[in-house]
Design a binder for this molecule. Structure first.
Ligand SMILES: [Zn+2]
Length: 283
């Protein structure tokens, strides 16, 4: 997992939200007063093009990697989703639970509940409504793998509205998690927020079988050049040889390695494996 630094793109993110609020939601009440109405992520935010602009900006901000699983969203027209860290529909107490984490940039200076924003007269920004704010949105994959096309196995859809600790907003996150040899992702014992990290990893399915197998493969291929692994997509014989060089050397992992060999000789699995090249030489 990688730290997501919003700062370099904050200004552009704010501009997208502010333009949207000004042109689609602001109502002049006369007498120098105003209010905002119909702040609607799935409606006018989408139809006005603001959602696409926000999605492109979050992808640029994250160098095209999924905020949770590190899939490269730039490759092969991956379906991208915008993940609301604070769920779109949430109660006052849920909203303040996130604010209470004191994780920048999720702060009351920047964010307010959308329902509150539209209910007060003469609302000013910031804070901006949470459903359309850059600070509350990150790019995520759709969590699908070849064995269950169309259904969700990790990340945004798997999470639903479950509470997550925004671990990717912590500068030390890469040091506070550890990837095991079988591909399991764990919070480092004794690290700050280890408990919340562990629950979040479970909530978004980051230890689903497919992700574990993919990370194990990147671990096993740490001495192989990425270009050679890419070339193996179109050379099944070579792919077979590459797999046989690294699999079945650990008697504790025979079952997993059997599954990996069976699955990753299929092209769609190998293609999915390549989407996770962020892990190359990192495991
Ligand atoms: Zn993902």
């Amino acid at each position: 997992m990688k730290f997501i630094n919003k700062r370099p793109h904050l200004r552009k993110g704010h501009a997208i939200t502010d333009r949207y609020l000004d042109t689609e939601c602001k109502v002049d009440d006369g007498n120098g007063h105003h209010h905002y109405q119909n702040v609607d992520y799935d409606g006018s935010f989408s139809s006005s093009g603001s959602k696409d602009a926000m999605q492109n900006l979050t992808l640029e901000n994250q160098e095209n990697f999924c905020c949770y699983c590190m899939r490269d969203l730039h490759l092969q027209n991956q379906r991208v989703t915008l993940e609301h860290i604070i769920p779109q529909r949430c109660s006052d107490s849920e909203f303040y639970q996130y604010m209470g984490l004191n994780v920048d940039p999720l702060t009351t200076q920047q964010l307010t509940l959308t329902s509150k924003f539209t209910s007060v007269p003469d609302a000013v920004v910031p804070p901006r409504p949470h459903t359309v704010s850059f600070e509350n949105m990150v790019a995520s994959c759709d969590g699908t793998f070849p064995d269950k096309e169309g259904t969700s196995q990790c990340c945004n859809h798997r999470r639903g509205n479950k509470f997550v600790y925004p671990m990717f907003y912590k500068t030390r996150v890469a040091d506070d998690v550890v990837y095991m040899e079988d591909g399991t992702l764990q919070a480092k014992a004794g690290s700050a927020h280890a408990d919340e990290y562990g629950k979040t990893i479970a909530s978004v399915g980051l230890n689903c079988t497919n992700l574990k197998d993919i990370r194990r493969l990147w671990h096993l291929f740490s001495d192989v050049e990425e270009a050679d692994l890419v070339a193996n997509l179109n050379n099944k014989n070579q792919r077979f040889l590459s797999l046989m060089q690294v699999l079945f050397l650990d008697e504790d992992k025979m079952e997993q390695d059997n599954r990996i060999q069976k699955n990753y000789m299929k092209d769609d699995y190998w293609r999915t494996f390549l989407m996770y090249h962020w892990f190359h030489k990192k495991l």
